[in-house]
Design a protein around this ligand. Structure first.
Ligand SMILES: Nc1ncnc2c1ncn2[C@@H]1O[C@H](COP(=O)(O)OP(=O)(O)OP(=O)(O)O)[C@@H](O)[C@H]1O
Length: 234
């Protein structure tokens, strides 16, 4: 499956936030969307999911336009979205949260069970019967991702999955994302942290003030330190 935007613009009320954004994501690859606070990363994800009142340009899934669809229809076509404000059902146990996320399998996407997700996120297995309100922020972040995978998406958009995590948990998150990729999932990860992106991504985009300033491989990005100085946090 392939997701792409062409000439995507987005507004919040009168404020023009995204300018002619072209990005693409295919099954089986991890792509980083890098940019500072307020650069427009979350807005791009929300625009793709049909959550913004005003956009122009195109969002295509396998070359078919999806920008006129409702958010739930876009999700049903196989795009999973994990927003920054991770929300778990705090009264439910870890395993109950996973079951709530379950959707029918799709032929063109990896199929997940709680058991497989526990192999990717071993912490969740130990806590499977614990109410999810009694977990750390990092564990809740992992649970939100795992619950999204229970919907059997072909592609997922992860909004800053490493944010606020302890270094050891950041490493677990990186290996979880790489395991998700080996199952054939396509993953677009927004990130401020170049170090985390280097651990996981094949390609990257840099967004600044709503414009894509760089598109290329991680090797190309690493080879040009001026990009980091100009557009990314240290
Ligand atoms: N609901 C909103 N109404 C008006 N402006 C908004 C709204 N949400 C975000 N913005 C503005 O849009 C711009 C892009 O914000 P966005 O959240 O997409 O950035 P980001 O790259 O995801 O950064 P962050 O890491 O802070 O989430 C910022 O200038 C922000 O102030």
């Amino acid at each position: 499956m392939k997701l792409s935007t062409r000439g995507l613009n987005a507004w919040y009320g009168p404020a023009h936030i995204l300018f002619n954004v072209d990005v693409a994501l295919a099954s089986g690859e991890v792509v980083a969307l890098l940019g500072r606070n307020g650069a427009g990363k979350s807005t791009l994800f929300r625009s793709v999911m049909g959550l913004l009142a005003r956009t122009s340009g195109e969002v295509q899934l396998d070359d078919r336009p999806i920008q006129a669809l409702e958010p739930y229809e876009i999700a049903r076509r196989g795009i999973g979205y994990v927003p920054e404000d991770r929300r778990v059902f705090t009264e439910l146990t870890v395993e109950e949260n996973l079951i709530v996320g379950q959707r029918p399998p799709r032929p063109d996407a990896p199929r997940w069970t709680p058991e497989q997700l526990y192999t990717i996120f071993p912490n969740l297995r130990e806590m499977r019967r614990r109410p999810s309100g009694r977990m750390s922020g990092g564990e809740q972040q992992m649970l939100t991702i795992a619950r999204t995978l229970m919907g059997n998406p072909a592609l997922v958009l992860l909004d800053e999955p490493s944010e606020g995590l302890a270094p050891r948990i950041v490493e677990q998150m990186a290996s979880a994302i790489l395991l998700m990729k080996t199952q054939g999932l396509g993953i677009l990860v927004s990130e401020q942290n170049l170090h985390f992106a280097r651990l996981i991504a094949d390609r990257a985009y840099i967004i600044e003030k709503g414009h894509i300033r760089f598109a290329g491989t991680m090797a190309e990005l690493t080879a040009d330190p001026a990009l980091k100085d100009a557009y990314l946090a240290l």
